[in-house]
Ligand binder design. Structure first.
Ligand SMILES: Nc1ncnc2c1ncn2[C@@H]1O[C@H](COP(=O)(O)OP(=O)(O)OP(=O)(O)O)[C@@H](O)[C@H]1O
Ligand SMILES: [Mg+2]
Length: 256
């Protein structure tokens, strides 16, 4: 081994502006690390008396500021794959890294710490807290992260997704598309470096969907946020740099 060679190279995470919740350099980020990657990712579920493999041997790497759309028929494993990439679900086999950190060996506390501020997740079913208003659904998670100016940021984001007049509405008083936009505002809140969104425009009309996509892609442009978006929306898929097609749990084609 060459003793003069300086390696491996690590880039400390830059100190964020004061308004960010994430601490300075919470972990070293290998310079060459993709924002999110997986190898041989497989999830097998028990269904009645037999096993069902819903995600099978998926290999993937998404670089900082890159956007990837995941497409495929209903039941092809898109949501399951997204949950595995976020560490919300444990794989049967295979590995996942976010910023070079291996998720599959982390305990729940470590996963929560990594997700906090680093990763924004938008669920297909939104998962808003029903006893909190739209504003509280966005503001409270930011406050729990110690985000300075949480109320102002939550208000601003809800305005950007067109919900300035709905701040005090509870989820039961919102339409499906409005709940979806609250979920998006919540995911954007801490300015995460990675957003994983499941059908982010699935309940939106063309114009509102376009506005939400502009917000997502602006984040990518301005903050280097990587986007992994599950979608049936052709317009969204076309805006992504790459498209991963899934069928029966397998990644069958990657389009550049
Ligand atoms: N807990 C579970 N037990 C058994 N099967 C499950 C479970 N969760 C999901 N599945 C099955 O896994 C497969 C993949 O589900 P997944 O939700 O990932 O699909 P999807 O591609 O997101 O579909 P959609 O486009 O309809 O949202 C489906 O066939 C589903 O029935
Ligand atoms: Mg799904």
């Amino acid at each position: 081994m060459d003793a003069n060679r300086v390696s491996p190279t690590f880039e400390p995470k830059p100190c964020p502006p004061a308004s960010r919740a994430v601490p300075c350099t919470p972990y070293p980020v290998p310079m060459t690390a993709p924002r999110v990657a997986c190898q041989g990712l497989t999830k097998t579920l028990r269904s009645g008396s037999h096993d069902l493999t819903v995600v099978k041997d998926v290999d993937l790497a998404v670089q900082p500021a890159e956007s990837l759309a995941i497409l495929g028929p209903s039941g092809s494993g898109k949501s399951t794959l997204l949950g595995l990439l976020a560490g919300l679900d444990r794989p049967t086999r295979g590995t996942v890294q976010v910023d070079g950190q291996e998720l599959t060996t982390m305990n729940e506390d470590e996963l929560a710490r990594l997700r906090r501020g680093t990763l924004g997740f938008v669920f297909q079913s939104f998962q808003l807290l029903t006893n909190l208003t739209a504003l509280e659904n966005v503001r409270v998670p930011l406050e729990l992260m110690g985000f300075q100016g949480a109320a102002a940021r939550a208000t601003e984001l809800l305005g950007q997704v067109g919900l300035a007049e709905r701040l005090t509405h509870y989820p039961s008083q919102l339409s499906g598309g409005e709940m979806q936009r609250v979920a998006l505002a919540r995911a954007f809140g801490p300015r995460p470096s990675l957003i994983l969104a499941d059908e982010p425009t699935g309940n939106l009309d063309a114009e509102t969907g376009e506005r939400v996509l502009d917000l997502l892609f602006d984040l990518r442009q301005d903050e280097g946020t990587s986007l992994v978006l599950v979608t049936h929306d052709a317009a969204l898929a076309q805006r992504a740099e790459r498209r991963l097609h899934m069928a029966a749990g397998e990644a069958v084609r990657l389009e550049q």
